[in-house]
Each structure stands twice: as C-alpha cells, then as structure tokens.
Design a protein around this ligand. Structure first.
Ligand code: RUQ
Ligand code: CUA
Length: 663
C-alpha cells in the first residue's frame, strides 16, 4: 500500500489534486480515554472474547490474536516456510508449498476470509490468498493448520481474493495483473496489452462437509487490474462485485497512466447465471497447469497433484454474466452491506464514496440502461446504479466494514482516519484518527450478514512514533477502537506480524470448543508410524536409512544409532506417542540443513538428514516437555562410506562394544 502515497505524489505533481496530502493527525498521544485500559484488559487466566485472524502481508503467514487484549495466540504458517514448526521443511509438509513452478518457499498473504453459513461466520475454516504465485489456502480452525492449497491458472498477482459466497459455495479470486492466458503463446510485446492481456476470475467450489476445494470454473474478462471484491448476500446472493483499476490498460508507470480516467469500474458478476452456462456446456475446456495440495490428517502427510485443465466462460460472448459500473477513481475496496442492497466502492483517488444500489443495478440491467460497452462488456450508467454519494468523507478511502446497525466505517489512508457514516442518509456521523495511514478495517463479522458491533480494528501501514524504535523498519500495527457507543473510542495499540492487510474476527465460542487436542495414535496411518516403542526400529534400504522413532516423556526410542555411513540419506520418522493435549515433542539433529520437527501428540513427522562428516551427532527434543526434557536426547554415529560398522540401534542399553566398534 505504500505505493499509494507515491501515486498521490505523482498526481499532485501533475497538479490534478493539489489538496491531497498525507497528513499526521494531531494529539497522537492524548487521544486515549481514561477508561480505555479497562476496556481492553483481559485478566490473567481469562479468555478473550474474539479471535482475530490477521493476514501477514509479506510474511506470507496468518496470525491469530485474541480481542480485546491484542494478545498474539499463534502464527499459522500458510505460504511461507516456518522453521519453528517445520512447515515446508519436514517431508510431510513439503508438498503443500509445491506449485506449477516447483517448490515456492514464500508468498504474500493479503486477505483472510472466514467460512460462512447463511451469511454468518461459522468458525469452520479461514481462507487466505497468495498474492505473488496465485494460490488460495484453506486453514482448518479445528487444528489452526493449513489443510489445503490450490493454485490458480491464468492469473498473476492474486489480490482480489479470497472472498466467499454466503454459504461458502465458492471461494472467489480475481487476478490483479492481467496477462496472456496460459494456453496461448505468452511471448508477446508488453505493449500489446490491449490485444493480448486478459483478466481472469476464478470460482473455487468448496465441499460443504469436508471443505475440499476444486477449481469449478473461470470467467475470462477484459484485461484490467482486479483489486478487491465481495460477494452479494441476502437479496444480492448470486452476484459478486469486483473493483477494477487500470481500465486505461497501461503496462508502464501505472501511478500516472492508470490514473487518467475519471472513473474506473466495479464489475458485477452474476455467478448463478455463470453456473447455468457451465451446466449448459457453454464453457471451453482449456489446458492449464496448476497444482492442488492437500494435507491428510490420517496419514499426517500432504500430497500435491498436478491439474491439467480448467473450464472457462467468456464474459464477452456470454453477454449477461458481467456488467461494468463506473466508479470514481481507481477503486480499491469493494464492500457489500449486511442487507446485500448497498455496494460501496472506495476510489483511492476519489473525494467522495459512491454507494450503489443492488435494486437499481438489476432494474438498469432489465431496462438495458447502458452507456455503451467496455471491451464487449455492457457498462451500466453511473446514475442508474448509484444510490448516492458520501460527500467529503476524507482523503484516500480504502476499505469499508459494517456494524449491522445501519452504519459503515471507511478507512482513509491519506487522512489517516476512520470515518463512520450512515448507509441510508449517507451522512458522516463520526471520525477518529489512526496512527498512521490505515489500510484495512475489521469488525468481527463485518462483511457478513451479522456483524458483532463492539470493536473495530484498524490495521496501519506506518507507526513512526508509536512504539520503541527497532532500526530502519518499525513494527506494523493494529489499533482497537470501541464502536459500541455513538462516538468511536481508541482503546489499544498492538504490533502485528508482517504487514497486515485484511483481517476477520469471530466470537470465540464459535471456535474454542471444537479444537483437536490430540491425534489418536490408533488412527495414525502414516506409512512410517511406530505405534509403540516395540515397533521402533532402523531399516536400511540401499543408501536410505529409515528410522522409525518414537518420543514420549522423556526419551526417544531408539536413542543410540550406529552404522550410518557417509553417503546415506537418513529419514527420522518420529511418532509422538503422547495422548495428552499440549504435549508436543521436538526433534533436531546437529548439522541438519533444514529445521526442527515439532510433532503433535499421536502424529508422525519426518526429518531428512544427509550427514556431511564422520563422527558422533547428538539429537534432542526441542520442546520443553517435562522436568526431564533436558535429558531427552541421544547419539548417532556416522562412519566412513566403506565402514563395516553394523547397523544397530538401542534404547536404555549400551550397544555391545563388540558389534558397535570396529576399530
Ligand atoms: S489491500 S490495505 Cu492488499 Cu487488501 Cu487494501
Ligand atoms: Cu520432549 Cu522435550
């Protein structure tokens, strides 16, 4: 989002909008009420009342905080490797980060979206988007782990994603960059954007019970940048709304060239109609390579499957699925109110907020009240879709959330504030400064049919003087605002992991009692499981050595291994035999070129190790599991390639010297 400021500079340099400046709110220290501490205070031993799932931006992860305390509960690894949890390092999770480009260890996660049933958050899953190498992840809220990742073909910069329909029928994703589709020769001049670049919208079907995702279809749209989106709900269920910028179709210096037009578009998509066309055989089957990665909780392992085709509908040919609605100016956020009637477009460079009416959009479509076409897509007249405009709300509107009581809250990046306004009369009711340059907002349930209107969280891009400084980069920040009264009141600052973009909140009751506490050891179907110490063993297959290891407070079995030779590939398959909540064991071996394992009760995980020298290598448990945790250790002996030291292993007894030592 930092580039927005630059856009302003550029626009200001052009002399177009000289009134806009990024300004620093006054009274940054004294803006907190005396009772603020009590409102955010959660006593030791008490639970928070909400979970807050916050995107990590360029960290590629998602984090879970408690509200109102702002306590960090967990960083959930999603698109970036996480050595702390072995994510992307152990053999079981490596396939989760596989893509059609190969293993990708990093991405940029911008938006979190909780699953919904009947338009209300249901606490089952939370989805996240990979912005760079386009993917969507599903996180299971019973385990707080990434359960599935699907890649998106024909896409680049998966920003307008992942947004869901009101029964989680689909997770929807719009491409930020338009590019030549995957099945045509992409070796074209960049300045042929207008002819060759297309924008794809993806509809990922979600299985009602398992949550399993599948790319149902894509819609080929004109080449523009899709920025954000939200599903219709209630009366507008069946529709999806996307903000588009760069309708100028520029491929260079977008800060100037994509800010030419007075209005860009909100694209309204009738996805129920698209489904009908799909059923009626109107989609083309297109070759495209993309992967689908699934983590299986009974084998405790992930698989990565390469897909080869996708069904594509053309918005240009099937005239009545997509409609453009003019929206001033380079719209970013695209938000739908709890009733489904009002669609709010936030033009980053606009001095007002347009609010569109779903009823008016439908009647304009019925009457063909169009102002021509944009690249083959009908354009509805601005006035025919418009409910009204919020006048002079602030500078640089980005995102809007709703409280379910008829009010909307919009973030303003340039004027660093949150503005509360009434959806019906479009009057500004209140405003509060943020510190500084606020991006997304979150009200728990704030994009659903049933928000919980108690707290609003502002996610800020710049913190300057808010925290103790930490070198050139300062912490990003969230600020908690009490919205239960007429006046908004700031009650807490808390730093965040990575750069937060969107976040969602949910009452803790919907999640906290559904947690998986252990994995049943009897149900462990990992191919290298050892279900008890008696099953622990070491098996050589050529130069591969498989260690079927167990861990229990406070030892490994085996904990002495000899007969490993240079040139061997050693696989430590560690099964945690514990069947108690919150008793993971860790595993690390000296010189391993990956990370630790952190193995949950009843689970098996595998560390691959290729010894690089002859000698004795200690291994130990990394998670403080008992009073004798520090005793939970062992030794591995590595001998030269041609050595005759036999393969032996033991626990609790010294290996007889005769077999162990071949001097
Ligand atoms: S964005 S800070 Cu990546 Cu959702 Cu607006
Ligand atoms: Cu097991 Cu420490």
């Amino acid at each position: 989002m930092k580039q927005i400021k630059l856009s302003y500079m550029a626009v200001m340099a052009l002399g177009a909008l000289t009134v806009f400046q990024a300004c620093k709110p006054k009274n940054s220290k004294s803006a907190v009420g005396a009772d603020a501490a009590a409102k955010a205070y959660v006593a030791p031993g008490e639970y928070d009342s909400y979970y807050n799932f916050v995107s990590g931006g360029f960290s590629g992860q998602m984090s879970a905080y408690g509200l109102p305390s702002g306590r960090l509960l967990r960083v959930i690894p999603v698109f970036s490797v996480d050595p702390e949890k072995g994510w992307g390092y152990n053999e079981e999770t490596k396939p989760m980060l596989n893509t059609s480009h190969g293993f990708v260890p990093w991405d940029d996660l911008h938006h979190t979206e909780l699953s919904q049933t009947n338009g209300e958050t249901d606490g089952r899953w939370v989805f996240g988007n990979a912005n760079n190498t386009p993917r969507v992840a599903r996180i299971d809220l019973k385990t707080f782990r990434t359960a599935e990742i699907i890649e998106l073909p024909n896409s680049a910069g998966n920003h307008s994603s992942p947004f869901i329909t009101e029964n989680t029928e689909y997770v929807v994703a719009g491409t930020r960059f338009s590019v030549p589709p995957d099945d045509v020769n992409g070796d074209v001049a960049i300045n042929t954007y207008k002819q060759n670049f297309k924008g794809y919208i993806s509809f990922i079907g979600v299985d009602k019970t398992s949550g399993k995702m599948d790319l149902s279809f894509q819609i080929e749209c004109p080449g523009v940048n899709f920025d954000l989106s939200h599903a219709g709900k209630g009366k507008s269920h069946g529709w999806f709304f996307f903000s588009c910028y760069n309708t100028e179709q520029a491929s260079t210096l977008l800060e100037v060239n994509a800010s030419q037009k007075d209005k860009d578009f909100i694209m309204a998509v009738n996805w129920k109609k698209a489904e009908e066309y799909l059923k009626a055989g109107k989609a083309r089957k297109v070759m495209a390579k993309y992967v689908h990665n699934v983590y299986n909780e009974s084998t405790h392992s992930a698989t990565s499957e390469m897909k080869n085709e996708v069904m594509v509908l053309s918005a240009k040919e099937l005239k009545d699925i997509c409609y453009m609605i003019p929206c001033p100016k380079s719209p970013h956020g695209c938000d739908v109110d709890p009733s489904g009637e009002y669609i709010v477009g936030s033009g980053k460079l606009a001095a007002l907020i347009p609010v569109f009416s779903f009823d008016k959009i439908i009647s304009a479509i019925g009457k063909k009240d169009f102002a021509g076409e944009y690249d083959g897509i009908p354009v509805i007249k601005y006035e025919s879709a418009l409910y009204g405009e919020v006048k002079k709300p602030g500078l640089g509107p980005l995102h809007t959330e709703f409280d379910g009581n008829g009010n909307a809250y919009t973030s303003f990046f340039v004027s660093s504030e949150v503005v509360k306004w009434n959806i019906k009369d479009l009057k500004v009711l209140d405003r509060i400064s943020t510190y500084y340059s606020v991006g997304h907002l979150c009200i728990p349930g704030g994009d659903s049919k049933k928000p919980s209107p108690k707290y609003l969280i502002a996610y800020n891009k710049i913190t300057k003087d808010r925290y103790l400084p930490t070198g050139p980069e300062l912490s990003q920040s969230a600020q908690l605002i009490d919205i239960s009264g007429d006046k908004m009141q700031m009650i807490l600052d808390f730093p965040t992991i990575g750069e937060p973009h969107y976040a969602q909140g949910i009452p803790a009751e919907k999640i906290k009692d559904n947690q998986v506490k252990i994995f049943k050891i009897d149900e462990n179907k990992h191919p290298y499981v050892a279900k008890g110490e008696a099953e622990s063993k070491v098996v050589r297959e050529g130069n591969k050595v498989h260690v079927y290891m167990t861990s229990i407070r406070s030892h490994f079995s085996p904990d002495n291994i000899e007969g490993i030779k240079m040139g061997d590939e050693v696989y430590f398959h560690v099964t945690n035999l514990e069947q108690d909540w919150d008793v993971p064991h860790g595993f690390a071996v000296k010189g391993a070129l990956n990370a630790e394992l952190l193995i949950m009760p009843g689970e098996t995980q595998t560390l691959k190790w290729v010894p690089d020298r002859v000698g004795i290598f200690p291994m130990y448990c990394t998670d403080f599991c008992s009073a004798l945790h520090q005793e939970m250790q062992g030794y591995i002996r590595v001998s030269p390639a041609g050595s005759t030291v036999p393969l032996t292993f033991s626990t609790g007894k010294a290996i007889p010297e005769a077999t162990a030592a071949t001097k």
